[in-house]
Design a protein around this ligand. Structure first.
Ligand code: SIN
Length: 495
């Protein structure tokens, strides 16, 4: 039986496992517990053409338009057409999405969609319900290794044959396999204000970079316009579905931030809304979501309202939720084909860590869970059909291990520098300074005898920061979520 090792406990790994179960041996290694992932936090639902009045072309065009046509069209078509099939399969297995009184699926609207096609589960708890459901389907078919930090590959005869990881006791262990699925999520913890779980530190991307695997679109990071912003309170996402249900972005004087700015108003593509909120904040204004016209807010958004109540946010009195943008999603990552295959034989990537090209320069709302469903199935099928290939591609340079010691910056300083340099508005001279500063450290490869998992995590953060910064410098024009000012004296303006 083929032996499959999955790195990451979110929906991506679980979906691949679901389609592989009973046909191969599966182990999932994850840095935290089964519950620790970005998937579990996803509020906005799954965008899918499931209403007879909707159509594939409309969803394809919305995806391309939000992605500024930087998308891989074949990936977009696959995503849009295959995703609904997987949703139907999961519903046939018992997955329950929110329905109206007649038992029909309820469809919500989110940014840059021209049709209400977002399905939810438990209101704003879609990721938790869906990931929990799929984890339930695989529970008897998978061996879990929790609190285990994968950090390097075992390479024999020019072929990846295993993963080195620190177990929960910080002991180095090796697990061997035939195929490896990287499903470890993005890079959110590189930024000081993010929706991402604390375990999300770019580990999969760094592991791939260290063996010369192809990455792409690393410059494109999505900043979500609305994270709860209260001093000393852990930010959470205030879902775009709240704006889809009628909320407006306003400043403290009640002026609407999006008025006259874009034909879609508050539901313009995320990159555009985030820049306008950023500009308002930079002018010293405060920004809120005005939820006065959202009906049944507590019923529709139980997670958000419980959290606001827990922190005594007076939204029940004034209908205002204080927000600011934060790091949310990486469009780029490990380059894959339509089957999740990477440039390295027997390594696959699925979910946010992967760059299928479906999202282009700016992801359309609620397309990320859909991407996992469609491409997770494709990756599993590809593995089942594959005749195992023997070696890493010849062009690959293998440089994972070094006798040199790691030389690393202070983590807080790294995060502060990255947050101010690679955020919503980027300035070339500042990125140059960041790259120069990073060049003073050693994080490219992992010392043979390194025994500290926290140091390796920091080395991974440095490596992905360096990769993003260099990718941002290489893109001399703004596109989608990558907004760059090339000259020192030019000022940022959304106009
Ligand atoms: C949201 O609920 O606003 C986020 C959904 C997504 O990231 O697509």
């Amino acid at each position: 039986m083929k032996k499959i090792i999955i790195i990451g406990s979110g929906l991506a790994g679980a979906m691949v496992a679901y389609y592989l179960k009973n046909q191969v041996e599966i182990t999932i290694i994850t840095k935290g517990s089964k519950e620790d992932s970005n998937s579990m936090r996803a509020q906005g639902g799954v965008a899918a053409v499931l209403d007879s009045k909707d159509n594939f072309n409309s969803h394809i065009n919305d995806t391309l338009s939000a992605g500024v046509n930087h998308n891989n069209r074949l990936s977009v078509e696959y995503l849009v057409k295959e995703g609904p099939e997987v949703i139907k399969e999961l519903m046939a297995q018992g997955m329950q999405f929110d329905c109206d009184e007649s038992g029909n699926l309820e469809f919500g609207l989110e940014g840059a969609h021209s049709f209400p096609r977002i399905i939810h589960a438990g209101g704003d708890c879609t990721g938790k319900k869906l990931t929990g459901f799929v984890q339930g389907l695989i529970k008897n078919s998978v061996e879990w290794i929790e609190f285990a930090q994968a950090y390097d590959w075992v390479i024999e005869n020019n072929c990846v044959t295993g993963v080195r990881y620190f177990d929960r006791n910080q002991e180095v262990k090796i697990i061997q396999g035939d195929y490896f699925i990287i499903a470890s999520g993005g890079i959110g913890q590189l930024f000081d204000f993010t929706t991402n779980h604390q375990t999300i530190t770019g580990d999969g991307i760094a592991m791939m970079a260290r063996i010369g695997g192809k990455l792409s679109d690393m410059a494109f990071l999505q900043f979500h316009p609305s994270l709860l912003s209260i001093d000393d309170v852990q930010p959470i996402l205030i879902s775009e579905a709240v704006r889809g249900a009628g909320a407006k972005l306003i400043d403290e004087s009640g002026n609407q931030i999006m008025k006259g700015q874009h034909p879609l108003g508050d539901l313009a593509p995320r990159d555009i809304v985030s820049r306008l909120v950023f500009e308002a904040l930079k002018q010293g204004r405060k920004v809120f979501l005005d939820i006065s016209s959202v009906e049944n807010f507590q019923l529709k958004f139980p997670f958000i309202s419980n959290y606001l109540d827990k922190w005594d946010v007076p939204y029940r009195k004034d209908s205002k939720i204080p927000i600011r943008p934060g790091m949310h999603f990486m469009m780029g990552g490990i380059e894959t084909d339509l089957n999740g295959r990477t440039s390295i034989n027997n390594l696959y990537a699925v979910g946010e860590v992967a760059c299928t090209g479906a999202h282009g320069a700016n992801r359309l709302a609620s397309n990320s869970l859909l991407e996992i469903l469609a491409f997770g199935k494709a990756a599993a099928n590809s593995i089942l059909q594959d005749e195992k290939q023997a070696s890493i591609n010849k062009s690959t340079s293998i440089m994972t291990r070094t006798p040199n010691q790691l030389i690393l910056p202070n983590r807080q300083e790294l995060i502060a520098r990255v947050s101010s340099t690679l955020g919503i508005v980027r300035r070339k001279p500042e990125i140059d300074v960041l790259v120069e500063w990073l060049s003073g450290f050693q994080f490219q490869s992992i010392p043979i005898d390194e025994s500290c998992s926290k140091k390796i995590e920091l080395a991974n953060l440095c490596l992905v920061a360096d990769l993003i910064a260099r990718a941002a410098l290489a893109r001399k024009e703004s596109l989608g979520a990558h907004y760059i000012i090339l000259e020192e004296n030019n000022e940022f303006s959304c106009k």
